[in-house]
Ligand binder design. Structure first.
Ligand code: SAM
Ligand code: SF4
Length: 334
């Protein structure tokens, strides 16, 4: 497929990666992500399957080659597999990769259908292997379903990467065990610093764990060698000699990675955010509901390229301070 008008922002970054949130709803309530009584977007405002599909096709025409479906929990959306099948048909015809980020609870039912639709790799979020700790952190007793989901995904032939948010006083002591668990099943593990997105009950500063500290601790027990493995994302990878696996570190707070950014994000209601850490936004829902949706989506992408900021400005050092952004990660997707 020839892309006549590729997406280039004003800092000469080529944008090829869309993270598309298909719902802001979720069957878990991870304490760092959302409050127990989360206010979800009105269902009527959420884009329909047809709108999501049409929009994604417009993005592929402009040079988006990778789409990650996320949320909220993407697999709780009822027509999700239909969307995956529809987008899967573009694989090899403009789209190089279709993937998703999930909490894993619904994978036992959906793993095979995902593979059949063309998905080959997924990210599963898992912050602890301890059932009581999972129940406290995710506020739902669903660790067994997640573990079953991971096994179902592997059995279906999907390559799985685990993502873990490193949290002081919650899972910091468990990181070696999570790494050994992941590597034992042939999965990479990526650790992420908690980011100040949206109000939650607790102060995130209390649980903020810089990955520089995690790295120092891991270095005492494991041999980590910097790896040249890249996924086009912000993670830096290390090979771990003792486990034979790979560990990724994503450090939005202790190490800025915006220079190589290749992505944009769309919420389930069609708000296009060119940066996870910025307030800049273009309304795609209005574009999709206009008289000439295809032209309007393309124009919206041009606007997004003009307003994509050079970098984010997250900080998490002030106790009691308001989050950097009012919107939750469940809106823009992880
Ligand atoms: N529900 C799916 C899941 O948990 O994988 C997809 C959406 S979730 C918002 C995507 C990722 O964002 C998860 O790995 C989650 O741990 C992470 N996340 C959520 N809130 C975060 C925050 N405030 N800081 C850092 N990571 C966060
Ligand atoms: Fe749900 Fe994912 Fe947020 Fe946890 S991190 S509450 S699973 S959206």
């Amino acid at each position: 497929m020839i892309v006549t008008r590729p997406l280039l922002d004003q800092f000469a970054r080529r944008i090829t990666y869309l993270r598309l949130s298909v719902t802001d709803r979720c069957d878990l309530r991870c304490a760092y992500c959302m409050p127990e009584r989360m206010t979800f977007l009105p269902k009527a405002d959420v884009l329909s399957l047809e709108e999501l599909h049409r929009m994604a096709l417009g993005f592929i025409d402009r040079g988006i080659t990778k789409i990650r479906l996320t949320g909220g929990e993407p697999l709780v959306r009822r027509d999700m597999i239909q969307l995956v099948r529809a987008l899967g048909r573009k694989l090899g015809d403009g789209l190089d990769e279709l993937t998703l980020t999930t909490n894993g609870t619904q994978l036992p039912q959906h793993a095979e259908a995902l593979f059949e639709a063309g998905v080959r790799r997924i990210n599963v979020s898992l912050d602890t292997l301890d059932r009581a700790s999972f129940k406290r952190l995710a506020r739902r007793d669903m660790l067994p379903q997640v573990l079953e989901g991971i096994d179902a995904a592997l059995a279906a032939g999907l390559k799985v990467k685990l993502n873990t948010v490193a949290l002081k006083g919650i899972n910091e002591g468990e990181i070696p065990a999570l790494m050994e668990f992941a590597h034992g099943k042939g999965m990479d593990l990526t650790l992420i610093e908690v980011m100040p997105l949206g109000e939650v009950e607790e102060d995130r500063v209390d649980h903020y764990l810089p990955l520089s500290a995690v790295r120092d601790e891991l270095d005492r027990h494991f041999t980590l060698t910097p790896s040249d493995h890249r996924t086009g994302g912000p993670a830096r990878y290390f090979d771990v000699a003792e486990t034979g696996g790979r560990l990724g570190l994503i450090t939005p707070l202790t190490g800025n990675f915006c220079e190589g950014c290749n992505r944009i994000r769309v919420t389930a209601t069609g708000q296009l955010y060119p940066c996870l850490g910025g307030g800049e936004m273009v309304d795609l829902r209005a574009a999709l509901r206009s008289d000439d949706p295809d032209a309007a989506v393309s124009d919206a992408l041009d606007t997004a390229m003009r307003i994509k900021p050079e970098r984010h400005h997250f900080e998490i050092d002030q106790r009691g301070a308001a989050p950097a952004l009012a919107r939750h990660m469940s809106m823009t997707g992880g």
